[in-house]
Ligand binder design. Structure first.
Ligand code: FAD
Length: 502
């Protein structure tokens, strides 16, 4: 397992044999993406171990998953029925700003922007003049979420994502991938054999079988068997910004209609999730082991679930951070093997899909060259740093000081890039999206307002309207939204007729 020549990969070796190590959500998404697009050119094998199993969580998604499904030409109704999926319009953050206060970070856009000034400046003036409702009243998706309503609207009128059963999703993608020629191999990887060059030559299974490959995709989850253990690529630890490093997960029976949003309920040393599926509810506590022990977290979780438990609580430990390089030599890490922030904004499955798309764009059919590796790594690093900042924001900007965890979150130093954004918004109400950044202005604004920042100033464009004009402008946005929402069916009924699980 020694890296003899760490500088360069072996050039000009055509890539035909792809080995995917691991069959969780990441492994099977990679298998599906690669086989659907390049399947005819490649020999793709996936190794997974039933005995080891998968992490078994990861059930809330964001709208970008739709792009992946379009690419795969997945039928939405079939996929939703197979995974017991429901629609998701956003996340309800409860007790985050203060105990007893909540807000929704929804998909879609809020209000109408002027080219000089975002809608938040007009809303800000409207609030001051007593003319505006809540910021969320100007967002269709948010209002539909609050009313528990959903329907597909023409011209992509509602921006949505899914809650899905992770194990069922992996099974669904397995069937899909096998149709496109992927071969699944059951077995435990016990060793990784390196070539003299330092590249991975083969993986060895407990059965004694050796699987040789040209390109290895490490989807072995937190273990990072190939990228970390065999190739020795390090891990950047972000636990000084992201204090949560543990989770307890539990499935319960549904007790009422599924709501079209994820619930995130802040607790003393972290937060609790509730993800409603058609057939059950996914629950969990994400917490910091520095402030709370496993037993206390489980007790809090069990005391705050609604339905009867269907599984025993399971504790999962993680290190928030990112692999220093996600592509090294002939190994690309995708999924938890590449890093994990924490699940607060459901970004992990999105990052898997971005890793796959990027891999296809940089696919080294004619041999692996260092510029491809460098480009891939630079893009991946930039993408995750933006998401990291957005996640830290939720903890940093809070009025809560009631427990040591929240006091330390509020006091912690954050990355300079995030500090600047917070100060810019606090002083001026302005937000600018960084090119290629996942979260757009509307997400930043919803979370910053929701977490308790009301900007000190606003853009003067908003003052060009007198009160009557401003009232007409605001009502011209919220009125049609209210009329649309009133006509939408209840989410539960819509799911039942559209994509009920068999
Ligand atoms: P795993 O699911 O761990 O799969 C690893 C695979 O490797 C398994 O098939 C295993 O059998 C195999 N393997 C490992 N070692 C060996 C070996 N020696 N031999 C053979 N096979 C091996 N993401 C979201 O997008 N939304 C969410 O809401 C969300 N919530 C989360 C909540 C928590 C608490 C955590 C921890 C994560 C959450 N995630 C979420 C992340 C999400 O779960 C993962 O991104 C996703 O499940 C992909 O995991 P994976 O496939 O990389 O790893």
């Amino acid at each position: 397992m020694h890296d003899h020549h760490p500088q360069q990969p072996t050039p000009d070796r055509p890539i035909r044999r792809v080995i995917i190590a691991g069959g969780g959500t990441a492994g099977w998404m990679v298998a599906a993406g690669l086989s659907k697009t390049l399947g005819k050119l490649l020999d793709i094998r996936l190794v997974e171990s039933d005995e080891i199993g998968t992490v078994g969580v990861g059930e809330a998604t964001i709208p970008t998953l739709m792009n992946f499904h379009h690419l795969l030409e997945i039928d939405e109704q079939e996929f939703m029925a197979a995974t017991g999926a429901t629609f998701k319009l956003g996340i309800s953050f409860e007790n985050w700003r203060e105990r007893g206060e909540d807000y929704i970070h929804s998909f879609g856009s809020t209000g109408t922007d002027h080219w000089t000034a975002g809608f938040q400046h007009f809303w800000h003036k409207g609030r001051e003049r007593g003319l505006a409702g809540d910021y969320g009243d100007y967002c269709l998706e948010l209002r539909a979420a609050q009313e528990h309503r959903f329907a597909h609207l023409p011209r992509a009128g509602m921006n949505y994502a899914y809650h899905l059963d992770a194990s069922a999703y992996a099974r669904y993608l397995r069937r899909f991938s096998e149709r496109f020629g992927v071969r699944r191999i059951e077995g435990k990887i016990v060793d990784v054999a390196l070539a003299a060059s330092g590249d991975i030559r083969a993986i060895r299974l407990d059965s004694g079988t050796e699987l040789e490959g040209d390109l290895f995709i490490d989807c072995t989850g937190f273990r990072g068997l190939l990228i970390g253990q065999a190739l020795g690529v390090g891990y950047e630890d972000w636990s000084h910004w992201l204090l949560c490093d543990s989770a307890a997960a539990l499935q319960t029976a549904s007790t009422g209609p599924a709501v079209p949003y994820t619930r995130s309920i802040a607790r003393d040393a972290g937060w609790q999730w509730r993800i409603p599926l058609q057939h059950r509810v996914g629950n969990g506590m994400v917490f910091s082991s520095r402030y709370q022990g496993d037993a206390a977290a489980i007790e809090t979780l069990l005391g705050n679930v609604e339905g009867a438990p269907l599984t025993a609580p399971r504790v999962i430990k993680f290190q928030p951070g990112q692999r220093s390089k996600v592509w090294h030599r002939n190994c690309v890490a995708i999924g938890l093997a590449s890093g994990f922030l924490e699940p607060i904004e459901s970004t992990s499955i999105h990052l898997i899909q971005r890793g796959i798309v990027r891999l296809m764009q940089c696919f080294p059919s004619h041999g692996i060259v260092q510029p491809d590796i460098d480009e891939y790594n630079a893009q991946a690093a930039g993408e995750i740093a933006h998401i990291r900042d957005f996640i830290i924001l939720h903890y940093k900007v809070t009025n809560r000081r009631d427990t040591p965890f929240w006091r330390d979150c509020a006091a912690m130093a954050v990355p300079a890039s995030l500090q600047h954004r917070i100060e810019l918004f606090r002083e001026t109400g302005r937000v600018f999206r960084i090119p290629n950044e996942l979260f757009a202005e509307n997400s930043w604004i919803q979370v910053m307002l929701g977490q308790g920042i009301l900007p000190a100033r606003r853009h003067q464009t908003a003052d060009l309207m007198d009160d009557a004009e401003l009232r007409r402008f605001l009502e011209g946005i919220s009125g049609p939204i209210e009329r649309t929402v009133a006509q939408l069916p209840p989410h539960e009924a819509y799911v039942r007729q559209y994509c009920a699980a068999p």
